[in-house]
Design a protein around this ligand. Sequence first.
Ligand code: SAH
Length: 257
Amino acid sequence: MRRTEPESGRGLRLRNAAALHRPQTAAMKDGHLDPPDRWAGARARLLDAVDADFAYTAAETGFAAMPPGVRAAMAAVPRHRFVEEPWRDAAYDNRPLPIGHGQTISQPFIVALMTAMLELRPTDRVLEIGTGCGYQAAVLARLAAHVDSVEIVPELAAGAAATLAALGVANVVVHEADGHLGWPPGAPYDAVIATAAPAALPPAWAAQLAPGGRLAAPVGAHGDAQWLLLLRKDAGGRVHEQRTIGVRFVPLVGRAR
Ligand code: SAH
């Protein structure tokens, strides 16, 4: 598995900076130059749908409503830029969508819920396992100082880095690697989020959490029920685990070491 050099501090984001300078024709073909309000109605309806899901699951999640900061981040990130045709018109539906390589971009409610669970502060450093198309990373990036995001499929890592660069998201670095080990060069993290489900939590993820840190991850053996777990590490380094809602994520692949 090719890894980006952690010591150099240069992730795929920089390697793909050229994406910023694509000719206008390509950008237009991608729908990048749509008038800004083309998606506004769909995005507002999506936020309403996500609000409804927060209300519906409040007893299990402990969140009565979508926190305002999370709502602002969800409103600001153009989800249609992270999916390809023919899915772009469905970009603001409250459902997962295919992103190629057998992977999916998570349902917006789940993105919002997991982001809420992390209780991000503007100075936080975040580790994401499973970059996919980079949408979740872009949401996190609006609420935190820095996001390291690890993706095992090279094409997805490169594509996400290019999309994030094209959107001017400068505080996400995509690393092409197996996320079972987390991202040791960047640890400790104030928050860790996984968007692919392991059968059991890899020990490295909680180990790379700073005291006071939060970790949100789906867990469940392939084919079995999965649960969204929220872990908190207290000031003394003890980890407290809370099981929230049942979920369905793609499996964490690669190899536990
Ligand atoms: N957060 C993503 C969701 C992507 S789906 C988004 O917003 O689009 C989960 C991703 O986890 C997939 O892209 C998959 O390739 C990746 N993945 C699976 N196993 C992995 C592993 N061991 N290490 C890193 N990424 C992994």
